[in-house]
Design a protein around this ligand. Structure first.
Ligand SMILES: [Zn+2]
Length: 711
């Protein structure tokens, strides 16, 4: 469920608050005669109030319509900005821009956020190939605007301009040369996270190469170091010039560099770690304008700097697992030169954006404008969410509202459960086991206490059990499994951090933990990671043996014959699906033999990738009655995409009441505000699902609930 190390840049909602200062330059004539309609695409027309109107005839079979416009040479630019409006974004799966230079095309895609006017940003780095690979390469001569079919409806797009733009914010992208060995991927994930945070803050940024000692940093007002663990003295000198001479602002994340901390007026950080995750930063009330009360961020490693210079201010403290503030661990610190956060950039939740803008405005007053714009926009969207829900038909009486929860601190559990129940959230999937190993909270006494708290609040407490992944399992618990060759292997024979499902003792381990939990009065067993790590595994000798005993093929060339695209790939995929289905059947039967009232459910990937790539044939699990319900993880940024994916799941399910759509309020790939969440809730209600499940229980969700679930 948590894929902290697999943040995929992917598609994000391209809508941005329009930033002020940076110049943008029109690159096309806003004249319909300049645009040439592509194959089977309607000709553009002049819009009555200026701009160009494009008809999108998606009630027909057309999957795409497009128009080409000639350009004079377009010099290298950080991004193209498309200013447009659309009356029905759900009819549009995506919009893409294509730039033609010589015989080759470079393409980039974005999503429409909502109806109405918006600006989509296509960064140079978003294109599938660099449109400007070399200074002397062929000039870009044509721009193509493509709209791709979403819902089966006609829609209309009005183009208000396409502009080239530069950025005053840079995010330093760590490379292999300036990170620890093997950490370039992590550095990229952190850079992407920082850019998402900046996008949401109305401060779109570009990536800056980390050999920046020789670059001219003067075009930037703000430089962000998302994860840059190795800084040379030349780089530090460049940063010093940037801060002192050019009066630039630095935002530094998870860095141990003492000199850098001193440059910003901070005491050098000291590394801190803990046995359990820190999950929340709490901010003092009224310390700064616009600061949120709390911000979710999960980590076990910190590099907190402390205030030293007069202008420096410590901002926020980490809460321990029992939600007590740890005063020795300031979450962030800010001075007139910049800000410092004790871990990598947080996901772009509304609270994280508020914190970032409040701190940034404390560092440089000029950013108060972005801070206030964001606040006003957020207030407007919250009011719109409340109005939307108030106008919609009321929620069904017994709507199932569920939430996934990481282990809940025992001390705060009664209050947490009461709050959830007050908002009608009466189903909690709490993480209690990984790979058959019970977490502390699932042991005899703590679980009995948790179940008593749940009964008192009227909560159905389900055990969220991570099945095959060893995610987060302590090394000492993995060691014996490894020693017994019970882990998955990739096609090169390398171990994967997953239990192999072909190993009978592994299956027994998982079944036994389910039986154990069912016996102790849990309301449900909610399985997660009942799947393969896509096609990375498993190719272990047991899998080979098991597959060989089912296949009719002779002279199996293992693993070449079963790899993706190989002759026996489809047969191997089916074998994997059957194996996972047999496990589900075995576990569900064992749990129900203990107590038929225990609900058995699973968090699953949406279709089609669940079945195709992950061996997770959940439609079959539902049809056979092995599972009571499934919760597809439909973590999408927009209601249109959410609804589209939900429709596919519903089409494959035996009945809508078998599907509890998972809404990604604070998933790794999506951070939704009240309005985006409300739109997805209404999409689920319109499709008659029994309810929905939020991912996941965090301060962010608690801030949304008063709007989403009024008493
Ligand atoms: Zn295996």
């Amino acid at each position: 469920m948590r894929r902290l190390r697999k943040l995929i840049p992917g598609l994000i909602v391209g809508c941005l608050a329009l930033p002020a200062a940076e110049a943008a330059r029109g690159i096309v004539d806003l004249d319909p005669r300049a645009f040439v309609a592509g194959e089977a695409s309607p000709p553009p027309l002049a819009a009555p109030d200026g701009g160009i109107a494009f008809a999108l005839p998606f009630s027909s079979a057309r999957d795409r319509v497009y128009w080409d416009v000639p350009l004079r040479a377009l010099p290298p630019t950080a991004a193209l900005e498309v200013d447009l409006e659309c009356d029905d974004p759900a009819a549009v799966r995506a919009l893409s821009l294509h730039l033609q230079a010589g015989g080759a095309w470079a393409s980039a895609q974005q999503l429409l956020a909502a109806p109405g006017r918006q600006t989509l940003l296509f960064r140079r780095s978003d294109f599938d190939r660099d449109p400007w690979p070399l200074a002397d390469s062929a000039p870009i001569t044509t721009l193509r605007l493509s709209a791709w079919k979403g819902a089966d409806r006609d829609a209309r797009l009005v183009l208000r301009g396409i502009r080239a733009r530069a950025f005053s914010v840079g995010v330093v992208l760590g490379s292999a040369a300036f990170t620890a060995p093997g950490e370039a991927d992590l550095a990229e994930q952190c850079a992407v996270r920082a850019r998402q945070l900046l996008d949401r803050a109305g401060l779109p940024a570009e990536f800056v190469a980390d050999d920046f000692a020789h670059l001219d940093l003067r075009p930037y007002r703000l430089l962000v170091l998302p994860y840059n663990p190795r800084l040379t003295s030349a780089q530090l000198a460049a940063l010093e010039r940037f801060v002192k001479r050019h009066k630039g602002t630095l935002a530094v994340f998870y860095n141990a560099n003492a000199e850098l901390a001193r440059l910003l007026g901070f005491q050098p950080p000291t590394y801190a770690t803990a046995a359990a995750d820190w999950t929340t930063v709490a901010f003092p009330e009224n310390a700064l304008p616009g600061l949120p009360p709390a911000m979710a961020h999960r980590t076990r490693h910190l590099l907190p700097a402390r205030a030293k210079a007069k202008s420096a201010l410590e901002l926020g403290v980490w809460l321990d697992p029992d939600n007590r503030p740890d005063g020795k661990l300031p979450a962030s610190v800010v001075s007139s030169s910049g800000l410092w956060f004790s871990h990598v950039p947080p996901y772009a939740s509304p609270a994280a954006v508020q914190w970032f803008l409040a701190a940034l405005a404390r560092s440089d007053r000029a950013y108060a404008r972005e801070r206030d714009l964001h606040r006003a926009e957020q207030d407007r969207r919250d009011a719109q969410a409340a109005a939307l829900l108030a106008q919609a038909p009321p929620a069904p009486k017994n709507e199932l509202r569920a939430v996934w929860a990481h282990p809940i601190p025992a001390t705060s559990r009664p209050e947490t459960f009461r709050h959830l129940a007050d908002r009608g959230l009466r189903t909690v999937y709490e993480h209690m086991a990984t790979a058959g190993v019970l977490l502390d909270g699932a042991r005899e006494k703590p679980l009995a206490a948790a179940l008593a708290d749940a009964r008192a609040a009227g909560i159905q407490l389900h055990a969220w059990c991570i099945a095959w992944s060893l995610y987060d399992l302590p090394a000492e618990q993995i060691a014996p499994l490894r020693a017994q060759n019970r882990l998955m292997q990739d096609s090169n024979g390398n171990e994967l951090p997953w239990l192999c499902p072909a190993h009978p003792e592994n299956r027994q381990l998982l079944v036994d933990s389910g039986i154990d939990l069912a016996r102790r009065g849990i309301a449900g067993i909610h399985l997660d990671y009942v799947r393969y790590p896509a096609r990375a595994g498993c190719f272990c000798p047991r899998h080979r043996f098991a597959f060989e005993s089912t296949t009719t093929a002779f002279h199996l060339n293992w693993p070449a014959d079963v790899r993706e695209g190989a002759p026996l790939a489809a047969e191997f995929d089916q074998f994997r699906r059957d194996e996972m289905t047999a496990f589900i059947a075995e576990l569900a039967a064992a749990v129900r033999a203990i107590n038929p009232a225990v609900q058995v459910s699973a968090a699953v990937f949406p279709l089609p990738e669940a079945v195709e790539a992950y061996g997770q044939d959940w439609p079959a699990w539902l049809r056979a009655g092995h599972l009571d319900v499934v919760a597809p993880m439909l973590y999408e940024p927009t209601a249109a995409r959410f609804a589209d994916r939900l429709d596919r799941c519903l089409a494959a399910a035996p009945a809508p009441r078998k599907i509890i759509p998972g809404i990604g309020t604070s998933a790794d790939t999506t951070q939704l505000d009240a309005l985006s969440t409300a739109e997805q809730i209404l999409a689920a209600r319109a499709r008659l699902t029994p309810g929905f499940a939020f991912f996941h229980l965090a301060p962010h969700l608690e801030q949304l609930l008063p709007v989403l679930c009024p008493p």
